[in-house]
Design a protein around this ligand. Structure first.
Ligand code: PLP
Length: 291
């Protein structure tokens, strides 16, 4: 049976022992930065592969710099913590690792300076986030994505997720699966939990290397999505999820399109360590695997 473990106050402990106090600065003011890393279960090999660890920890380091969080960990140490937690927890299903660096002082006062910092990692079983085969029915959110001039979305700051939560709940309560947010200029920004960088970079690489499709990065208007042949979202949680409807307008024929399907097939093999060309993106966690 699987038992979740966490890295907390510089030790690996059972998850149930990893507790923070009510006055913790990050809890009160959203002054933490985090990552979400998927562990993808390969049943045939009896192995769990963590996907693109380096890129996730590199991004965490940048988020820490923006939020003035001291983060004295080398990548090798982080890989070791991550794989140990996975191995000790013993899940035989897809999991999600949540590294989180935070302002840990138990004091009142909004600021980033003169506070202690700490770092934790926990694990949770985590299946599909959206229905990938059926695709997502989306709406354009009435909430705008926060700008770099407000709270920088370049950093994965816990406090910024109030913005995502407002958008996601509005979408769900109105009967949609997901919200697509516009930026302040009215261009398409991202979903409440999908798009920027790690998975996006994976998909851009696969499109170029495997399908010979170049990616053009430019401003996109909302109505371009209405008239697109295919549309999909990417994200550590969402993987590659087709968007089949936006604002009650069908996109393409409202099913997963051929380019999305091809990319998705490549992606799902790769994250489970099944494609030798991209195995460098996958870190195995279990030392005793099936022969
Ligand atoms: C707001 C937001 N954007 C984008 C993503 C996609 O992130 P990743 O770079 O891990 O694929 C996430 C997380 O999954 C997210 O929460």
């Amino acid at each position: 049976m699987a038992t979740p473990y966490a890295y907390f106050k510089k030790q690996i402990v059972p998850l149930e022992e990893a507790k923070i106090g009510v006055m913790t600065h990050a809890f009160n003011y959203g002054t933490a930065v985090f990552e979400g890393i998927r562990g993808n279960w390969n049943a045939a090999e009896g192995q769990m592969y963590l996907f693109r660890l380096k890129e996730h920890f590199d991004r965490l380091r940048k988020s820490c710099r923006i939020m003035r969080i001291e983060f004295p960990y080398e990548n090798e140490e982080l890989y070791s913590i991550a794989t140990k937690i996975v191995e000790m927890s013993g899940y035989q299903e897809d999991v999600y690792l949540r590294p989180l660096a935070y302002k840990s002082s138990e004091v009142l006062g909004v600021r980033l300076h003169d506070l202690e910092d700490d770092f934790l990692v926990f694990i949770a079983p985590f299946g599909p986030y959206l229905d990938i085969e059926k695709g997502a029915r989306c709406c354009t959110s009435s909430w705008r994505r926060v700008e770099d001039t407000g709270i920088p979305a370049r950093a994965k700051i816990t406090g910024i997720y109030a913005n995502s939560a407002l958008a996601k709940t509005e979408a769900n309560l109105n009967g949609f699966d997901e919200a697509i947010m516009l930026d302040e200029r009215g261009h398409v920004s991202e979903g409440s939990g999908e798009n920027i960088f790690v998975t996006r970079d994976t998909v851009i690489t696969l499109a170029r290397e495997e399908l010979g499709i170049a990616t053009v990065e430019r401003d996109i208007d909302r109505t371009e999505l209405y008239t697109a042949d295919e549309c999909f979202m990417t994200g550590t949680a969402a993987h590659v999820t087709p968007v089949v409807e936006l604002d009650r307008r069908q996109i393409g024929d409202a099913t997963m399109g051929p380019v999305t399907r091809r990319l998705s097939q490549l992606y799902f093999d790769i994250i489970r360590g099944k494609n030798p060309k991209y195995v460098h993106w996958c870190t195995p966690c279990y030392s005793r695997v099936k022969a």
